[in-house]
Ligand binder design. Sequence first.
Ligand code: ATP
Ligand code: MG
Length: 394
Amino acid sequence: MPEDGAGESEEKTLKELLLVRYGEIFLKGLNRPYFIRALVRKIRYALRNQGAQVWVHDGRIFVEGFRDLDTVIERVTRVFGVHSVCPAVEMDKGDFDALCAQAVSMMAEMKGTFKVAARRSDKRYFMDSPAINAEMGGRILAANPDLKVDVHDPEHVMNVEIRDQAYLYVRVIPAVGGMPVGTNGNATLLLSGGIDSPVAGWMVAKRGVQINAVHYHSFPYTSEQARQKVLDLAKKLSYSCCGIKVHIVPFTEIQLQIRDHCPEEYTTLIMRRFMMRIAERIARNTESGALITGESIGQVASQTMEALGTTDAVVSMPVFRPLIGFDKSEIIEIARKIDTYELSSLPYEDCCTIFTPKHPATRPKREKVEQAEAVLDVEGLIATALAGVEIVRV
Ligand code: ATP
Ligand code: MG
């Protein structure tokens, strides 16, 4: 009966599995099978080494045969595209008394209000949904004096789905939401070791975008620990964003050239223009359709409106800045939720923080920045940096 993967045991009448629910709104119409296939691939990836089978039946995604339910729940709830998961039991639907006995035992410890919510995709089943609700509800009520029925706003819902088999579940565990990674193309994230850029990448990936990362490293001014921190951050992101390719770009020569030949007030801006140019070249080579940064308006001198205009001027690709309207405290709240905050707070230097000018221009004129930059061999420096790129898959 499973469409792919699972082996079945004939005698077993009760089996524990996980029912995975996805956002119905995105999945209407002809794209639905495509989204479901993509989501199943991502769930399988998240559950590799767990001995679990993931299969689709009748528009529902099921996970079964796992060793440890808690681990499976933890991993599946962080896959983008999953809206909730329900630990369920699968039973032979023919024996209604057995279904009721199971429902009674699942509700045995509960107090407060409840209802039974039955759904039949098998319309030939010998009872319709209202009849199942009434009969099963009556038996639960009779067995548990601590429960009362409330059909409008119950604290607990005993869900019963009648398909090829019957599925019973009470717990609905919310998941991360979003869309399956890869269903909305690729984008390239400028990933520093800071708090903002991992959050920015996570937010875009949540919308179904596969992330590539670019990190600029200024060895020996920045340390081996700073490089490792970025790889660790990418690893954290990869739990939800699937595998991430990190491009580590040697940036020291560019920074030294800027420091030695450009007016101090423009050094940060010129450095950021190099970052954007190099990221765009890498993006084109990796079929990315956009760049992503962790910038937020007015956060620092290089993130005023004029400064952002000056950095955008050197690329033609769209630049996504999902944090543009966020306060730092709001960004930190998300960083904690996605568990990148502690790593980001480790005190290793970033290439942005070395050679920082004392008085950076906050309202730069684009022509002035272009003039200041003209003394450099821009194309030559970019070519050398690209030739030294190291790719690490996490
Ligand atoms: P973050 O913004 O990640 O907290 P930050 O605040 O130290 O780090 P900013 O100086 O605000 O970094 O830089 C703005 C953006 O530029 C970052 O969000 C990131 O997208 C990009 N960026 C900065 N430094 C680097 C780097 N070393 N490698 C790649 N991208 C970087
Ligand atoms: Mg920042």
